[in-house]
Design a protein around this ligand. Structure first.
Ligand code: FES
Ligand SMILES: [Fe+2]
Length: 345
């Protein structure tokens, strides 16, 4: 099941406008649209009368009119009109979700509204740093439970086999990983010393020759990842060492929003410590990342099917320590929310 008291990405900012749009989040249909002044709104996408999705109705100014019998709702989900009735029944309302626009994305809080604090939205370290470039974000749907994606994003080793033409190379096969449990998530990382620069990074790395490379794979609860790629000239890297001035740094942000138990909307964008504002570099990053994530998608879709239909036991390896710790913590978070949800019902 899902952690509800958390911010999740509902959509990329440009996906939502003055058209009623349905998204499915944590097993619930949500209606997204923008008010006339541009502010984005999220409402439960089910009319309280016969549960027709309100997204099948129409926008009248800032209000939504149901496409079946004309009930109207304002941005807070309060019913403002029941055609043919003398008064509006007080149960004629839909839930309004907290929604915040930040980092080119719309962040929704599916849990208890009273706990929704925008200060808890994932922080992007270099967002306002003028020396860092950003590539425009994108999204895809993966047909697997979100925890198979958090497994993947706590697993630096898979790049050797899944991404040999981009993020990985033979250097990524055998170096052991370190696992660190933090209060807000899990970090799996490793330094690989004196290695070839993997193909994705090679065109952008400033120095010649081999590199010391760090992979820092961090996923914060419930499902937000920062993947840091660090390349420095061979002989200058290692844990705790100051970064060489020619260091290549890329922070890849990955936000997973469960659609339901077996599908996940996967949002991402990348930050880099060079070429700020260079559209060509951003486009190159964007398309290379998209192609690599497509490689993950194929694997993850097949993993979900494989795990659903297995006829012999699966095993865990040493590399699974971080992903398993992450899953155990999520289970505890979900269990801790249960009594709160029951009290609210
Ligand atoms: S179903 Fe919406 S008004 Fe009847
Ligand atoms: Fe991957």
């Amino acid at each position: 099941m899902f952690v509800k008291n958390a911010w999740y990405v509902a959509a990329l900012d440009h996906e939502i406008g003055r058209t009623l749009t349905q998204v499915r989040i944590l097993g619930e249909n949500v209606l997204l649209y923008r008010r006339q002044d541009g502010v984005a709104i999220a409402l439960e996408d089910a009319c309280p009368h016969r549960k027709l999705p309100l997204s099948m109705g129409r926008l009248l100014g800032d209000e939504v009119e149901c496409g079946y019998h004309g009930l109207r709702f304002d941005c807070a989900g309060t019913c403002t009109r029941v055609p043919g009735a003398e008064r509006i029944p007080h149960v004629a309302k839909v839930r309004a979700f907290p929604l915040v626009e930040r980092y080119g994305m719309l962040w929704i809080w599916p849990g208890d509204t009273a706990l929704a604090d925008p200060a808890k939205i994932f922080k992007i370290d270099q967002w306002d740093n003028p020396e860092w470039g950003k590539s425009r974000g994108d999204a895809m749907t993966v047909d697997c439970n979100y925890l198979y994606i958090t497994d993947n994003l706590l697993d630096p080793s898979h790049v050797a086999w899944v991404h040999p033409s981009s993020f990985g190379n033979a250097a990524c096969e055998d170096v052991p990983v370190n696992t660190l449990e933090k209060e807000d998530g899990v970090v799996v990382s490793r330094w690989m010393m004196d290695v070839d620069v993997a193909p994705f990074y090679a065109p952008f790395v400033k120095f010649k020759g081999n590199a010391d490379r760090e992979q820092h794979y961090e996923v914060r609860y419930p499902s937000h990842a920062i993947i840091k790629a660090i390349f420095v000239p061979a002989g200058t890297g290692g844990p705790g060492k100051p970064l060489h001035e020619d260091a290549f740094l890329m922070d890849s942000y990955n936000f997973m929003t469960p659609i339901d138990e077996k599908r996940t909307r996967y949002f991402w964008f990348q930050m880099r410590n060079f070429a700020p504002g260079d559209e060509e570099v951003s486009a190159q990053f964007g398309s290379a990342v998209q192609a690599a994530f497509e490689e993950d998608r194929i694997v993850l879709n097949a993993v979900q099917i494989g795990m659903d239909t297995m006829t012999s036991p699966n095993l865990n390896l040493k590399i699974d320590k971080g992903p398993i710790k992450f899953r155990q913590h999520i289970e505890r978070m979900v269990a801790a929310e249960k009594p709160m949800q029951q009290a609210a019902e």
